[in-house]
Design a protein around this ligand. Structure first.
Ligand SMILES: *Cc1c(COP(=O)(O)O)cnc(C)c1O
Length: 417
């Protein structure tokens, strides 16, 4: 916030949000380049005592300019589809050797594309996938570097839709079955066993769950080595949560705690640690700018109808997720607050950003910023209700660059007969 006479105006870096809204329209995703870089650097620094590589999870925010920004810092990438792999290559041709490929349903086409460009590691999630990968690799006469994604059966406190580390979830192979599978993999001519991987879920803020998972993984690594396998990599996945609701402490301290939880069980193992953070790098670095179309009262219940909707940011509708919402302009002396639902124009009751939220009173036409929208925001947008997707801008200091132009209705109609 900065003081402009009697007004307090919200900024992203040195760019005033009302100016951005005027220039680029609304709803608008706004990202801070400095914050993305700083969070990447803090993450990297937290693991300085152990050989490691950060493979940013592309699915959290896959905009090419953001991938390029991270690639320039030396970051690798975690992809979960052939499309994401193409994005990474479009952002930086040379990044292929820093790509890990995760996901339960990789197709032959996707596996083949990844083999051709020579990625770092395939995180294999089932025996069937293992044999399919061996076949694709054999056809190309290329060796596939393989880690099995094991499911450690660790409960992580998070939303059930983004918890992945229990045996009832579709992800990975049960850790108890892993040794038998590794022994099959090591007999396959075109597979090269080189790691163990794990990912227990997303938006996990209690770091002890990661420690528990890595303790089980470390035990498996010892067993596998004693059976003669060469395990160079442990891929610890992503999942570190961010503070959507309460302001947290400093990120470097928090990520240091996370690093301690992960690396303590790996002491003495001499492995290279791969990390796949998504949300914790980009989440707090983005916001969704929207404006109030109507104020409305139904039997005393107050609504702010805004020009963004669930198609632009689905997290509240999908997970009941909380996002802080703040007026972009405040006047000194404004003290009135009210309890409102902040809702979008889409024809679904689930189309809300906040319910029964106490907010400073705002008027029709005023701007609101929905915070912490840098991860799982734009990537989960849709065209429901034939709503064109918002534009995205990346701010560096005073300058703002459009990194995805606003969609037009004509873009949506073009693909149809
Ligand atoms: C989604 C996902 C990530 C990233 O999770 P965050 O919670 O955004 O850090 C990392 N690895 C895999 C395999 C994933 O599916």
């Amino acid at each position: 916030m900065s003081d402009l006479g009697a007004e307090f105006v919200l900024y992203c870096e040195e760019a005033a949000l009302p100016r951005l809204a005027e220039r680029y329209g609304k709803p608008l995703y706004v990202y801070s380049a400095a914050m993305i870089t700083q969070r990447y650097e803090a993450f990297d620094a937290a693991f300085r005592r152990i050989p490691h590589m950060i493979c940013y999870s592309v699915k959290a925010n896959s905009n090419l300019s953001i991938l390029r920004l991270l690639a320039k810092k030396g970051c690798g990438f975690d992809v979960v589809s052939g499309g994401e792999l193409e994005r990474v290559l479009a952002a930086d041709r040379k990044a292929a050797s820093k790509v890990v490929f995760s996901g339960v349903g990789k197709t032959q086409e996707e596996l083949t594309a990844a083999l051709k460009v020579g990625i770092l590691l395939f995180n294999v999630e089932s025996e069937s996938e293992m044999w399919t990968l061996a076949e694709c690799a054999g056809r190309l006469r290329k060796t596939a570097p393989v880690a099995l994604r094991v499911n450690p059966d660790v409960a992580a406190e998070t939303h059930p839709y983004i918890s992945t580390g229990l045996h009832k979830h579709k992800f990975g192979v049960p850790i108890g079955d892993a040794r038998a599978l590794y022994s099959k993999a090591s007999g396959a001519r075109y597979l090269k066993v080189c790691g163990v991987s794990v990912h227990i879920g997303s938006q996990i803020t209690d770091v002890s769950a990661f420690g528990e998972a890595l303790t089980r993984v470390a035990q498996l690594v010892r067993e596998l080595r004693s059976e003669g396998h060469r395990i160079d990599y442990v891929d610890a996945g992503g999942g570190l949560g961010i503070a959507y609701e309460t302001p947290s402490g400093e990120f470097p301290d928090y990520v240091a705690q996370y690093a301690r939880a992960l690396t303590t069980p790996l002491q003495g193992l001499d492995v290279r640690l791969l990390l796949e953070p998504g949300r914790s790098i980009v989440g707090p670095a983005g916001l969704l700018l929207t404006s109030v179309i109507y104020r409305k009262k139904n039997d005393g219940k107050r609504f702010l109808v805004v020009d963004a909707a669930m198609n632009d940011l689905i997290r509240p509708a999908l997970y009941g997720a909380y996002h802080e919402i703040v007026p972009v302009v405040r006047h000194s002396g404004d003290a009135e607050t009210e309890v409102v639902d902040v809702v979008g124009p889409v024809c679904e009751t689930g189309d809300f950003f906040a319910r029964d939220r106490e907010l400073p009173e705002v008027q029709e036409g005023d701007l609101l910023a929905i915070l912490d929208a840098g991860a799982y925001g734009m990537v989960l947008t849709s065209n429901y209700n034939t709503r064109p997707r918002p534009a995205e801008v990346l701010v560096t200091g005073k300058s703002a660059k459009v990194i995805r132009r606003r969609e037009r209705v004509s873009d949506l109609l073009r693909a149809e007969e």
